[in-house]
Design a protein around this ligand. Sequence first.
Ligand SMILES: C[S@@+](CC[C@H](N)C(=O)[O-])C[C@H]1O[C@@H](n2cnc3c(N)ncnc32)[C@H](O)[C@@H]1O
Length: 195
Amino acid sequence: MTGTFKEKIQAIAAKYLVPSYYGYAFPFDADNPLSVTPEEGEYIHDFILDKGIESAIEIGTGTGYSGLYMATALKNLYTIDNGSCFTHLEHPREELRTLWESMCEDMGLTNIKFLWRDEPFELPKVDMLFIDGAHGGDLPYQDFVEYSPHLKDKHWVLWHDWDITFVRDSVAKTGYNYKLISLPHTYGLVIAEKK
Ligand SMILES: C[S@@+](CC[C@H](N)C(=O)[O-])C[C@H]1O[C@@H](n2cnc3c(N)ncnc32)[C@H](O)[C@@H]1O
């Protein structure tokens, strides 16, 4: 596939996904808007390059769309899903993995590891955590607590679909000093930077 990384990702989205009221969804699940928007994807891609971030964990693989934007800027991406948005499918894990791997192959990416949350795996220490899994109650905070041990001392945590108040309260509980950046994308994208 030729073109810039943005053109390639858009071609892959057109092939495997359907536009939703924001971002993209799977064709078999068109009313379930799952993905980040192209604008968010590009912002995150550029942010990763700008900060020299090399490795990241994503909670919530979803359509795989956000993963493409991140992996084109990273050395390694570990993306984790629990399949909870796809329990209505007959063979969700097989279907999703086939789609994700096809998208990566089309993109020429070999640096994404797809992981199921309930299966055993090992994670190295990474520079960045992107939280976009469960969105109810304090579940994103619980994801933050569970995956923080896999973050290097200096790191970034990106919270998709959360406002700055929730993130400020969450990081305050760590006792560490985080610098927060809140971006007016869709339902909110907040970046917490720990130096
Ligand atoms: C909003 S979507 C992720 C969108 C994705 N980042 C993208 O751009 O396509 C949320 C995803 O998180 C998964 N999920 C929900 N709760 C989860 C959890 N506790 N751990 C891991 N994944 C979870 C769902 O199955 C769904 O695929």
